[in-house]
Design a protein around this ligand. Sequence first.
Ligand code: NAD
Length: 296
Amino acid sequence: MAQIIDGKALSAQVLQQVASDVALLKDEHGIVPTLAVVLVGEDPASQVYVRNKIKRAREVGIGSKEYLLDANTTQNELAQLIDALNDDAQVHGILVQLPLPDQLDEDAVIASIHPDKDVDGFHPLNVGALAAGRDTLVPCTPQGCMIMLHQAHPDLSGKHAVVVGRSNIVGKPMAMLLLQANCTVTIVHSRTRDIESLCRHADIVIAAAGRRELIDADWIKPGATVIDVGINAIEIEGKRKLVGDVAFEAVSQVAGAISPVPGGVGPMTIACLLLNTTRAVTRQLSVEHGAMAANG
Ligand code: NAD
């Protein structure tokens, strides 16, 4: 039976670290790290995500500002809000909840956020910095997966990792982080042939396809580590339930370690968002100090 990688317990440790960083920033710099969350429209799943993020932020002493915009908001109106948040020295992190309604250009919105306030790590400058192996704000979900992986494997060097999915928010940054940790990385996706046999050779499988229980026990090498990013809502006997991209019961008979859904990657993602918020403050402080030094 596989070891369960408990995202709830691990995220509590990360949040404790964040809370002590927040306390230090308050004591030493008089700063209350503050996250601005922008939600456009009334997508119910997005509303739940935003509520959870704000609740957790408050619990660790991070300030939050919530902007709930009408579904018909124009590109220009959203751009004005982001400009104002970029200029507001009391706001350290800006999160625009995705997806946005169709009339809005998501890429343009992401690119308009100041890179040092980009707590999602989606700005092209931060994406490039990650690809180049530089210290930067890294997307929260893959960051959380790395913390989980390190628990199962203190040294990831030389391990073969297969990432299932190639999205900009999960699959691609995940592959970059694994590469930085000296893994050998294979990315598979909806057009890959014979995914099963590629997965069967992996020491680590990261499942981020958004396909309910896609990955079964015969895809997994005995003893491998499996991280399940997928969140798929299903209904059983009229009750809503969340399942991952991995057939948990079957795969946990074969794998060496596995993360559950729920209680796995989800809580880690929020914890890493708050970690990124304190990191954003530190980045902004060091820019300020750099500017002061440059001005003599
Ligand atoms: P996406 O739809 O943007 O990307 C899915 C990727 O999976 C694509 O690259 C696609 O090529 C690949 N794919 C689809 N079907 C496949 C198949 N049958 N075989 C192999 N590859 C296939 O999704 P995303 O935003 O990357 O999210 C992936 C999943 O992770 C979703 O279920 C999402 O809800 C979940 N998610 C969870 C968290 C969290 O905090 N736990 C965060 C982000 C996303």
